[in-house]
Design a protein around this ligand. Structure first.
Ligand SMILES: O=C[C@H](O)COP(=O)(O)O
Length: 248
């Protein structure tokens, strides 16, 4: 069995997340940004609601920590123009990563056009400015076949990561969903179209990380464990990682 990479190695893959209140949460976001710089190095990104992007940008200037925000969140059913306006504002405020929920409900109803249409328009305005993570909300996708088909639909030019979940749907990331996305990512890599993976939603323990580690390393190899290709989105994992890290 492959062994878990040390806790500090996970910290650099972490999208440290605070998605509780869309307004009035400045103190908590300030605290999040403080915690983003740890004694073992910085997390990969903080992930906050659009209204806090400017605050996070100011607090993390020159840190190398990416500023991620969410769009079409969490339901994935906003009008396209509304999503584009929201993304445009976030970019102007300093977002460097956009986690956008794809219209998975419409897709499940047979509308295969909306997912690529949204991602292509978001990619247009993010080009050269921000990375895109496409959120599939895998916990609400009924079958493995549909999960993989949706992942293929999300594999658009300009989309850097497939992301499992919003963390708001009751069911977040699962080993089954991660396995589905990893299979698609392996096929994409073999076709010369490499993309990254973000596992998010309910990731709270090192046991979960161990499980995901084994799924990923078998298919995508150890080289996948770097912030350019793998992120863990979590609001309640950093303390466990810090507690498990060697002191000194
Ligand atoms: O994007 C990340 C998720 O919203 C985090 O979910 P969580 O609060 O269950 O860790």
């Amino acid at each position: 069995m492959a062994s878990l990479t040390p806790a500090p190695a996970w910290i650099e893959l972490l999208d440290l997340t605070r998605l509780e209140a869309a307004v009035g949460d400045e103190d908590a976001v300030t605290d999040l940004c403080r915690r983003a710089r740890t004694r073992y190095g910085n997390v990969a990104a903080v992930c906050v609601y659009p209204g806090y992007v400017g605050l996070a940008r100011d607090l993390l200037t020159d840190s190398g920590i990416a500023i991620a925000t969410v769009a079409n969140f969490p339901g994935g059913d906003q009008r396209l123009e509304q999503v584009l306006a929201e993304v445009g504002r976030a970019l102007r405020d300093g977002a460097t990563e956009i986690d956008v929920v794809v219209p998975y409900r419409r897709w499940l109803q047979g509308d295969t056009h909306s997912v690529p249409a949204l991602l292509d328009r978001v990619a247009e305005i993010c080009a050269g400015r921000a990375q895109i993570k496409a959120i599939l909300e895998t916990g609400l996708i009924p079958s493995s076949a549909e999960c993989q088909a949706l992942a293929w639909a999300c594999a658009r030019p300009g989309v850097a990561f497939l992301k499992t979940s919003t963390g708001k749907a009751g069911r977040g990331a699962t080993p089954e969903a991660v396995g589905d996305l990893v299979r698609v990512l392996a096929s994409l890599r073999d076709a010369g179209r490499p993309m990254g993976l973000k596992i998010a939603g309910g990731v709270r323990t090192r046991d979960q990380l161990q499980c995901y580690y084994e799924i990923i390393v078998q298919t995508l190899g150890g080289g996948f464990f770097q912030p350019a290709t793998l992120r863990i989105g979590a609001s309640s994992l950093l303390d466990e990682l810090l507690a498990a890290a060697p002191h000194g």
